[in-house]
Ligand binder design. Structure first.
Ligand code: UN1
Length: 532
């Protein structure tokens, strides 16, 4: 694999990502007394080469559990770097789309295998860079492996339709064709899984890719792209440009040679992308979050519900699009449920996700701590009762990280801001209702529609919820998180714009349908006319 390292730039040495995978000899970085001397500098990956931003600027990524730890320095890119990456993707496109899809699938299988082999190192790197506890980070990488294998298989499926023609001696079929250059803008909360969802679907269908990873997790992205290079994706098929949304994301959206954008992130940015893209009829897939509810009915198994709620609300520190941020509970069991939730939440152990025994890792950055704290205040001002957490955790070593205690607000009303706005942190609002009808109304009473769940022992109620809950994903007797890669992932209403990721539905974002008619009758046959 890789020989030598990337070019040197003004800010130090640009390393191949593989240095930290231990797959090549470390040769760079002169001695310095700085405590950050071990931190590496990473470039962009364009046309099969690692190179610094054209401006030479860099930015830092730090460990959110201990911000004294520098993860690395990354190219602070701009429109010039984006243009170079899009050019490389365009140049690679003809050969890549001409390669038989099963062959593209073989490279995808190799990539899935490599991801699996490097699972532990990637998971550790992920926990260091974005904080989720190690077991969850391993799950994140596994999700990447799963989608790589699923999409590799699509190389031998990618089914279209063959169908009878209305005329004799005529053949009709439809096939998928790649869209072209795919701009992928991925979030930090699933720094391996989500770019994998997007890139594997784009690549297997014959598109080439420019990845703009979240600026909070450039290290994970660099490691991922390095593995894709090793797996054998030809130069230019996968490119990566790091930097801010404004300086990299928007130029990618505005670049006229980008044919499709797939974005996961906040609603405001999604809308902005939509508006900018609309001017040139750009194909755009958006996944913009949720305000996911778990309904707990009077007949629910409360032990099961408590486990599911805590996992869904505080797993990944509440930083999942699918996280449960509302519990909609039947009044008859509310006190019992809430008492158990509060006790368990208070007992959760905060700390570095690398330490065994940690239940809840840090939030992604200082801004997130402020935002979450702000929402707790908004909630209590609106009349909610704080029954667990409610503040940053700063005791001992926690003071060096972005920790916030698992928080539960009771007595929240359905239209309160904490019950309507996505907080993206460990804050759970409890809403009391009377019976299924009211529960369903409250579950559906938000602008989002990603995930929902119901706990009940009554089969009829469960089926009603499966029919009524207005979300793209519904769980019965399980929490709101844990979607599997072979089913469509996405939501309705303002969660997105109708597209789905994962499953074979993901292919729709990255392909155009072409309908083909072959007439072998040897005479003019007019559809709709000669078949009468
Ligand atoms: C997200 O939060 O954006 O279903 C993705 C889940 C994960 C994916 C979440 N498999 O929770």
């Amino acid at each position: 694999m890789g020989v030598g390292s990337g070019r040197r730039d003004g800010a130090g040495s640009t390393r191949r990502a593989s240095d930290t995978l231990g797959t090549m000899t470390q040769t760079l970085n002169s001695t310095t007394d700085s405590p950050d001397s071990d931190a590496l500098t990473y470039g962009n990956f364009i046309g099969g080469e690692w190179r610094p931003a054209e401006s030479g600027r860099t930015f830092e990524s730090r460990n959110p559990a201990d911000r004294r730890e520098l993860i690395g320095r990354f190219a602070a890119s701009d429109a010039a770097d984006v243009a170079a990456a899009v050019r490389a993707a365009e140049e690679a496109l003809p050969a890549w789309r001409a390669m038989p899809a099963p062959k593209r699938g073989e490279i995808m299988y190799a990539f899935g295998e490599l991801l699996g082999q490097h699972k532990e190192r990637l998971a550790q790197a992920m926990t260091r860079e974005m904080g989720k506890v190690l077991a969850e980070a391993r799950g994140d990488v596994q999700e990447g492996v799963d989608i790589a294998y699923l999409m590799a298989g699509e190389g031998r499926r990618m089914f279209g339709d063959t169908t009878p023609s209305e005329l004799p001696d005529k053949w009709a079929m439809s096939v998928r064709q790649p869209v072209g250059v795919a701009g992928i803008i991925s979030p930090w909360n699933f720094p391996i899984a989500i770019p994998c969802w997007k890139m594997t679907a784009a690549l297997i269908t014959g598109n080439t890719v420019v990845l703009k990873p979240a600026s909070d997790t450039p290290h994970c992205a660099a490691l991922l792209v390095e593995l894709m290079d090793q797996a054998g994706f030809p130069p230019g098929t996968v490119n990566m440009v790091t930097g801010s949304g404004l300086e990299v994301g928007m130029p990618l959206v505005e670049n006229p040679d980008v044919n499709v954008i797939s974005f996961t992130g906040n609603g405001e940015t999604g809308r902005d992308i939509s508006v900018r893209g609309a001017r040139r009829l750009l194909r755009i897939s958006l996944e913009l979050g949720g305000k996911n509810a778990i309904a707990v009915m009077a007949d629910a198994d409360l032990d099961l519900a408590v486990d599911g709620i805590l996992w869904s609300a505080f797993g990944t520190t509440g930083q999942r699009c699918t996280a449960c941020s509302r519990v909609v509970v039947d009044d008859s069991v509310a006190d019992d449920l809430i008492g158990r939730l509060a006790d368990r939440a208070a007992a959760m152990r905060l700390g570095s996700g690398l330490e065994s025994g940690t239940d809840v890792g840090p939030l992604i950055n200082g801004g997130a701590v402020e935002k979450v704290g702000g929402y707790v205040e908004i909630g209590t001002d609106e009349g909610a009762r704080l029954i667990a957490g409610g503040e940053p955790a700063t005791d001992g070593d926690l003071q060096h990280g972005h920790f916030f205690r698992p928080t539960i607000l009771d007595g929240v009303r359905p239209m309160d801001r904490v019950a309507q706005e996505e907080i993206f942190g460990p804050v759970l609002s409890v809403i009391r209702v009377d019976g299924y009808e009211e529960a369903a109304m409250v579950v559906n009473g938000t602008r989002y529609g990603l995930s929902s769940s119901i706990y009940t022992r009554d089969t009829n109620t469960a089926f009603r919820a499966m029919r009524d809950f207005a979300t793209g994903i519904v769980y019965v007797n399980a929490g709101t998180i844990g979607a599997e890669t072979h089913l469509p992932f996405g939501g309705i209403k303002q969660t997105g714009n109708g597209h789905r990721e994962a499953g074979h539905a993901a292919l729709d974002t990255f392909t155009e349908w072409k309908s083909i008619y072959v007439d072998y009758s040897g005479r003019l046959q007019r559809a709709q006319i000669d078949n009468q």
